[in-house]
Design a protein around this ligand. Sequence first.
Ligand code: ZN
Length: 77
Amino acid sequence: MKCGICKAGMEEKNVTYTEDIDQGVIVVRHVPAHVCTECGNTWYTGTVAAELEKLVDKFATSTGSEVSVINFAKLVA
Ligand SMILES: [Zn+2]
């Protein structure tokens, strides 16, 4: 796979995804992604992106705390 921005090679690794929401921030750890070795561009597969969206939706409405830390590997895999 090639980076969509700089065309360099991408490697598969686990990253930490953060999403700003109205009342705070959601941090999702251990998310499988493809990361560009040159520019750091991060790309998620369709499945992972969909799961991330679901998690963010769920935690954005259910949590009262300002920072939610989620382990993607535990919840989804
Ligand atoms: Zn790149």
